[in-house]
Design a protein around this ligand. Structure first.
Ligand code: NAD
Length: 249
């Protein structure tokens, strides 16, 4: 098993059809003890229970630094180590440039970018002490191609920020044996689009995907598994595209 005796935290992992939950399942199947973080405690706990025995579910709003620190503390108290973090929590909005309000901008940047920073800040001191750790940051193809799929320009900007943050952290913490990599999913079938993706939009998008299908959460989960495990021991600061060929560059 790839993650025997490893403890991995996954943010935004309670959504039943989401990338975070699929990732938590893939990690647990490889022997990890998984800590599921999400906005509502009962959702996080029930998602953790779905994985079987020995996992943990905690309430944690990643935009709240104190909540991130307290989740890291609770994880350390229970398991004594933190080997991996998947910065997965994210929200999107299909809003055009001229319509983006201050509230829209703050909401998108707070969860996607500030949340990635806060959770990383919460676990990095532990990983430094351990002299090992792997952090995966969820960006989006939207950051690379300039949006145009579902999220607005503020979402593209926040996800591009995630790439910059991850690369800079990779450089800073490489000497501590902490690897930090990003994933850029294409369009994955989850509930993040809030039912706003029409069959016509879907068919149109598929025309531009060489593998002729939208992605499934498990496609991204397997990429997370690779990046958080020692299979990727010599990779840091990379961006792994999981997009069916939607963007080949
Ligand atoms: P989802 O809506 O199914 O899951 C997102 C989860 O994040 C939910 O469980 C939600 O409760 C949680 N969350 C929201 N705000 C939070 C906060 N402040 N603190 C903690 N948790 C919070 O979405 P998904 O499609 O599984 O998306 C997962 C990640 O993948 C996101 O970062 C998203 O931007 C990214 N992504 C998704 C796609 C896609 O097509 N689905 C494409 C590219 C990138």
């Amino acid at each position: 098993m790839l993650l025997e005796n490893k403890v991995v935290m996954v943010t935004g992992a309670a959504s039943p059809r989401g990338i975070g939950k699929a990732t938590a399942k893939a990690l647990a199947a490889q022997g990890a003890r998984v800590v599921i973080l999400d906005l509502r405690e009962e959702d996080a706990k029930s998602a953790a229970a779905d994985l079987g025995e020995g996992h943990l579910g905690l309430a944690c709003d990643v935009t709240d630094k104190a909540a991130c620190l307290s989740a890291a503390r609770a994880t350390l108290e229970k398991y004594g180590q933190i080997d991996g973090l998947i910065n997965n929590a994210g929200i999107t909005q299909p809003v055009r440039t001229l319509d983006i309000t201050a509230e829209n901008f703050d909401a998108i940047v707070d969860v996607n970018l500030r949340g990635t920073l806060y959770m990383s800040q919460a676990v990095i001191p532990v990983m430094k002490e351990q002299k090992r750790g792997s952090i995966v940051c969820m960006s989006s193809v939207s950051a690379q191609r300039g949006g145009g799929i579902f999220g607005g320009p503020h979402y593209s900007a926040a996800k591009a920020g995630v790439l910059g943050l991850a690369r800079a952290m990779a450089r800073e913490f490489g000497p501590d044996n902490i690897r930090i990599n990003s994933i850029t999913p294409g369009l994955i079938q989850t509930d993040i689009t809030g039912g706003k993706l029409t069959p016509e939009m879907r068919a149109d998008i598929i025309k531009g995907i060489p593998l002729s299908r939208l992605g499934d959460a498990v496609d991204v989960a397997n990429a997370c598994l690779f990046l958080v495990s020692d299979l990727s021991a010599y990779l840091t600061g990379i961006t792994l595209d999981v997009n069916g060929g939607m963007l080949i560059h």
